[in-house]
Design a protein around this ligand. Structure first.
Ligand SMILES: Cc1cc2nc3c(=O)[nH]c(=O)nc-3n(C[C@H](O)[C@H](O)[C@H](O)COP(=O)(O)OP(=O)(O)OC[C@H]3O[C@@H](n4cnc5c(N)ncnc54)[C@H](O)[C@@H]3O)c2cc1C
Length: 351
């Protein structure tokens, strides 16, 4: 599998080579991979979840690049443990649960989005109320990755009018259908909950700032896989008496795809590096937005070209590139849709 660490060595420290190699070995394992629980367990046993909540962002990034190249569901199993685990680490709460998350023995999810509050998180209507020494949370979260198999959910809800973060054990769930993704609703009906952080909005923001740029490297993994397969196709597919790879217009398209892949990796890795070298109490939302938007849009263009260059084969249901295109499409929507990230970027310059 192609490396991110070798061509972009300036962003990395020596240990990132090993972190990437471990992920590559895991991603190319033999045998049935199973559901999210099985994948999380396998990731934990392989030591790839050690960094949950405490590793640097570049480690998440190189692991995502390898996992996504091989199997989008492995990447999903990996990163959702981080989305749920980082708030636990940052809140300094639930150390035993965090150890189980890192060992792959518990699936934890990140519950923010609601039917009436997607991009506009502040509009959320899920409410928390005090109940003796604990809390109860009532509301509906939807499009929550890995929810159908969640053992625990970090849930954001309003307490006294402000967004706070809670932990709900064994949440009630309903499955939703997004191809290539495990996803569902959290149905919270006065669910018993423990408070993780009264300043839940800041906790959510910190989690997304950390995970957002890594979405760009997951996109890179998917797009690079499609690109590699397409290059092989262009060299062997003969039309008009010669391989497609010898057509100047095809060569121009391949150059454009390579430029998009380079741009994606550079922008996303720069954003990861920025987060890593910036003190935890300082925000890097601008660079996270730039990295995620640039990389996911560029990789979307690459996969669209892959489909185009494989002709009818590219849209056949069994084709790799159409599957990769479908798997990459939600990356431009979740953790900040492209247009919403543009508002973050514009705000920096326009106020
Ligand atoms: C596969 C997948 C996995 C997900 N996993 C999770 C998860 O684990 N946890 C979680 O909490 N959520 C998750 N989500 C939800 C995701 O974060 C939301 O879908 C996303 O924030 C967008 O919200 P929405 O779908 O309600 O779209 P809306 O907010 O309705 O936005 C739709 C579109 O409107 C436009 N738009 C919206 N606001 C603006 C604006 N201010 N300016 C310009 N244009 C705008 C954009 O084009 C945007 O794409 C997931 C979603 C998907 C698809």
């Amino acid at each position: 599998m192609p490396s991110l660490v070798e061509p972009y060595a300036a962003f990395f420290a020596p240990e990132h080579h090993a972190f990437e190699s471990e992920a590559a070995a895991f991603a190319s394992r033999d045998g049935a991979r199973g559901d999210i629980h099985a994948r999380v367990r396998a990731l934990g046993r392989a030591g790839l979840l050690d960094a949950v909540g405490r590793g640097d962002v570049r480690t998440l990034a190189v692991r995502r690049g390898q996992l996504a190249y091989a199997d989008a569901m492995d990447d999903l199993a990996f990163i959702v443990q981080e989305l749920g685990g980082f708030p636990l680490e940052r809140a300094g709460a639930e150390p035993e649960l965090l150890a189980r998350v890192r060992a792959g023995d518990a699936v934890v999810v990140f519950g923010m989005t609601e039917p009436g509050a997607g991009s506009d998180v502040a509009a959320m209507s899920t409410l928390a109320e005090r109940d003796g020494h604990g809390y109860r949370v009532t509301g509906l979260k939807h499009f929550i990755s890995n929810a159908p198999e969640a053992d625990h959910a970090v849930v954001f809800a309003k307490l006294d009018g402000k967004i706070a973060a809670f932990l709900v054990d064994a949440p009630a769930t309903e499955a939703q259908a997004v191809s290539g993704h495990s996803i569902g609703r959290l149905v919270l009906d006065a669910a018993p909950a423990r408070l993780l952080a009264a300043r839940g909005g800041a906790l959510a923001l910190g989690t997304l700032e950390r995970c957002r740029p890594t979405v760009g490297l997951a996109a890179w993994g998917l797009a690079r896989h499609g690109f590699d397969e397409t290059v092989g196709h262009l060299k062997s597919r003969v039309q008009f008496g010669r391989p497609l790879a010898e057509q100047p217009v095809v060569q121009s398209r391949v150059a454009d795809m390579a430029l998009d892949l380079e741009q994606a990796a550079l922008a996303a890795l720069w954003a990861c590096w920025t987060r890593d070298v910036t003190p935890a109490d300082q925000r890097t939302g601008y660079m996270s937005a730039v990295g995620k938007l640039t990389a996911t849009e560029a990789c979307g263009r690459v996969l669209d070209q892959c489909v185009q260059l494989q002709g009818g084969l590219g849209v056949e249901e069994s084709s790799l590139v159409q599957r990769l295109w479908r798997e990459a499409r939600p990356l431009r929507i979740y953790e900040g849709a492209t247009d919403v990230l543009k508002t973050v970027i514009a705000e920096r310059w326009l106020g």
